[in-house]
Structure formats: C-alpha cells, structure tokens
Design a protein around this ligand. Structure first.
Ligand SMILES: CC(C)(COP(=O)(O)OP(=O)(O)OC[C@H]1O[C@@H](n2cnc3c(N)ncnc32)[C@H](O)[C@@H]1OP(=O)(O)O)[C@@H](O)C(=O)NCCC(=O)NCCS
Length: 466
C-alpha cells in the first residue's frame, strides 16, 4: 500500500488499498459515477427500479450550491482495474450546527454511505470513515453524528445518544370531515420569502422553550435555500415549507413536508409550529385535511400506493404530538392515532476532554442553579483505559485533565464504558437509567449528585438538516 503523505483530510489525499482499489476525495466530475452507484444500490429490494430521486440528490450535493457540502466532500473508493474508475463505495460529509444549551457546536454528518454488493465486507466503509472523521475533526467539529441503519455505526465509535424521528400515524379515514359549507377556517399555502422573518422567529421561540439539552439552530441561508429550491422536486429531499393562515390571520404558523410522498404515507417532518394563543383542537382538523389534499398533489417517491395515512415526525415533547394524540373524534373520544417508538441519532465525540472544556459554561450554569452551587473539588471519570479529571473551583470548571492510560477504575469517582457515557452527556438517558442498563458503570455514592447535576436527562430537538 502506498500513502500520498498528505493528511487524510486533504482534498488531494490518495491511498492505494490494493487489488486496484483507490481511496480518495471526490471532484465535481465524479458526480455521475457517484449518482450511478447510489441509485443502483440504495434500494429496499434488488428488484426495485433504480432510485432516480437519489441520483438527482447526489448531483445536487455535488453542484457546489448545497448548504451542507461541496463537490469535494464525498469520500470514495474507485476500482481502477482495466483502466476504469468505477466507484464502488462512497460516503459524504455534511455540516450542521447543534446548540448544546447555548454553546454552539459544529457537527460533521457522514451521509449516503454505500458500497457495491460485490465489494462488501472488505473494510471499504471503515476506510472511508477514516477520511470523513479526519476532515470533520480538522474542521474543528467536536461531534460527528449519523441518522443511520441499526447497529452498523457502533463499529466506528458511535453510540445512540439523542432522540430522532419518532412518528405518529393518522389513518386518513379518521380525519374529521370538512364543514358542510366547505369553508375551511384554516388553510395551507406555500411559504414565501416574505414569511421568512415570521418562520424564523417562531422556530427560534420554540427552540428557547422547554430547556432543551440539544437543538438545531437553522440559518437564514438554509431556510432561503429550501424556500427557493423546493420546486426542483426531483430529489424529494427539499423542505416544502407551508404556512397556516385564516381569513383573519396571515400567519398562524408553519409546517414542513417533503416534496415527495412515500408509498401510502404523506409525511410531515421537522417542524409543525403554531403561534401562541391558538386552540389546537380548532386548528388541527382543517390542517389535517389540507395536508391530505397536498399529499394527493405530491409525486410519489417510489412504489406508488393509494394514500392511507398521514405520518407526523415530531419529537416526544412536541405540543402538536400531544394534541394529535388527544384530538377528539365525532363522538368526543380521542382519535386512534398510533405512536411509534423514536429512533436515535448515533453520536461520536472523538475527544471528550476537549468537548467538556467547550461546554464548560453549560455545566457551570447547571451547577449554579443546583444545591451544589459554588462547588469546589475534583471529579475523576474513568473510561476503562482513559481517565479524565475535572477540577472545579467555586463553581467553575477550571481544568479538564487527561490522566495516564489506566485500567484501575476503583480509585475513580465514576467509571463508564466509553460510549455509554455519551447518552448521559447529551441528556438522552439519566444516570440511573444507564447504571441500570450497564453493570460496568460504577459511580461512588459521593459523586452521584454532582454527575446528576452536570448531566441531567433533558429533552432535545435535534432536527436533521438535509
Ligand atoms: C452497510 C454497508 C454500507 C456496509 O458496507 P461494507 O462494505 O460491508 O462495510 P465494511 O466492509 O467497511 O464493514 C465495516 C464493518 O462492518 C461489518 N459489516 C458489514 N455490513 C454490516 C451490516 N449490515 N451490519 C453490521 N455489520 C456489518 C463488516 O464485517 C466490518 O467489520 P470488521 O471491520 O470488524 O470486519 C453496505 O452493506 C451497504 O451499502 N448497504 C446498503 C446501503 C445502506 O444500508 N447504507 C447505510 C445507510 S445508513
């Protein structure tokens, strides 16, 4: 194997993997090969037609106009035998931000991970992740996160650590009928750039409610991109932002739908935000009818089937979720809305010491509002091979010190299998829940209160962009 001597984060980095395979970063001219691989292989069943919307998505991602990545951000493996450059595995790197309470974090998001069936189980994806992680870390991202297939990414240092994509299913037969005169009190219309200030203000207001551990700040650039591009619906990936209004009110809120529906489902995802002071039981029936009407106009992503349900992807704490579960039917009983268990984000934190230093203001704020306000002392956290010592002085996290590698956990205040710490760090699980699930989590009784104060279980709203 030969190495080019450059950092794996470098656009010019090339590595020979043997057998004619070469690992490198993409260029704009790779768009068609990448689109071919993704649309041929990303299928639910090998007999399905090619995934053309995904091919368009790949072309758009490589067009240098997408807010999350540029044309050089696919890591790929090509097979050069016979003089060709057939791409046989690839994955790309997106960037977005998360707010850890009020500390903003750049997050690197590996996406569109795929390998040709004839090249699997040869470590190609592992090699690609080496590149994605190197670039993401070189850019200063302290976190990488994936919305991916079950289990697989654990092998690359990821752990499930934030709620993602729980949904409610509402059969269309349950949608309350329209009024006899046909006059709907609330309507849906396509959002325009004039709606942007109201949309952004409402989104921000919701983010500030509920003491979220992690939430997604959304830039004006992202909203503008979606508002001006959603009609290029060949990809099915854009956000179709729609405003709710009535005869008296121009803006009652907004919701987001994709630009294509899926088989028999009409999805609403990411946002369903209503201005304060509106009775949701008054608003929802006409909006449900309007969503169904939109769904009937939408192209179908793959395998068309008659629409039989609406699907709402809303976080567990979302007020619309609670209202939908209690919306009365014509007999005054709750509609039979079915709720699915949420999935979760995979999260990787390559350097916990750096991460903890970065979020120190949040940890200090939590301490200040607790019975441990003004705390001075040390907290040693052992990760079975690695140990961190946190020094607190008068409620400030003065230092996070990396100790020599050690496996002797008994002297530490608390010990965690390394990845099992991440659900605690992101407020996804409480210390009690994790201790119950992992017998190798050891916490000294004297450290329990401090750990629970620093890392409380909290809801999050980590909307995936893209
Ligand atoms: C999932 C997928 C990307 C794996 O590709 P691959 O080329 O086999 O990956 P690698 O060879 O680099 O495998 C890395 C490790 O995962 C293991 N592995 C491979 N496929 C796996 C799977 N489906 N589940 C669990 N582990 C798997 C490998 O054995 C290897 O382990 P090792 O390094 O200890 O030997 C490939 O099966 C694929 O393209 N599937 C269809 C598209 C897809 O689902 N993509 C993911 C979307 S989030």
């Amino acid at each position: 194997m030969s190495f080019s001597g450059l950092s794996p984060a470098d656009p010019q980095y090339v590595r020979d993997l043997g057998d004619g395979l070469r690992l490198r970063w993409s260029r704009a001219e790779d768009a068609e090969e990448l689109a071919r691989l993704e649309c041929e292989v990303f299928l639910n069943r090998p007999t399905e037609p090619l995934n053309q919307p995904l091919a368009w998505h790949v072309r758009e991602l490589l067009s240098d106009s997408h807010p999350l990545m540029g044309s050089g951000d696919f890591a790929l493996v090509e097979d050069r035998r016979g003089g060709g450059n057939r791409v046989v595995a690839c994955a790309c790197l997106w960037r977005q931000f998360w707010d850890y309470e009020d500390v903003r974090l750049l997050v690197g998001r590996p996406e569109l991970v795929i390998s040709d069936p004839d090249y699997r189980h040869r470590g190609l994806i592992r090699a690609l992740f080496g590149l994605l992680h190197a670039r993401s870390e070189a850019e200063g991202a302290l976190v990488q996160a994936i919305t991916g297939i079950p289990y697989f990414y654990r092998q690359f240092g990821y752990e499930y650590a934030l709620e993602l994509d729980g949904y409610l299913t509402l059969p269309v037969a349950l949608i309350p009928p329209a009024p006899d005169d046909g006059r709907e009190p609330v309507r849906l219309r396509d959002a325009t750039l004039e709606d942007l200030p109201a949309i952004m203000a409402l989104y921000e207001a919701r983010r500030q409610q509920g003491e979220l551990a992690v939430s997604t700040p959304i830039s004006e650039k992202w909203w503008r991109y979606q508002l001006t591009h959603w009609q290029d619906c060949r990809t099915g990936e854009h956000w179709h932002v729609q405003v709710m209004d009535s005869e008296r009110e121009d803006f009652l809120g907004f919701l987001v739908m994709p630009t294509m529906r899926w088989r028999s489902a009409v999805p609403v995802m990411h946002c369903f935000e209503v201005v304060p002071g509106v009775d949701l039981f008054w608003l929802l029936p006409p909006v449900l009818r309007a969503i169904l009407a939109r769904g009937r106009q939408m192209p179908v992503r793959r395998e068309p089937a008659e629409i039989d349900h609406l699907r709402f992807y809303l976080s567990t704490e979302h007020p619309i979720r609670a209202a939908l579960l209690r919306l009365p039917n014509r007999y005054g009983e709750p509609l039979a809305v079915r709720s699915s268990r949420p999935y979760a984000w995979y999260v990787r934190v390559p350097d916990l010491a750096v991460f903890l230093r970065r979020v120190a203001p949040v940890l200090e704020h939590r301490l200040a509002r607790s019975p441990l306000a003004g705390y001075s002392g040390k907290l040693s956290l052992h990760f079975y091979g690695r140990e961190l010592l946190l020094h607190f002085q008068a409620g400030q996290l003065e230092r996070v010190q990396e100790l020599k590698p050690a496996f002797d956990y008994e002297q530490a205040d608390a010990a965690f299998p390394p990845q099992a710490f991440l659900p605690l760090l992101f407020g996804y699980r409480s210390l009690d829940e994790l201790s119950y699930a992992f017998p190798d989590i050891e916490v000294k009784p004297t450290a329990e209160m401090l750990l629970q104060t620093l890392f409380p279980k909290r809801p999050s709203w980590a909307t995936p962009l893209g």
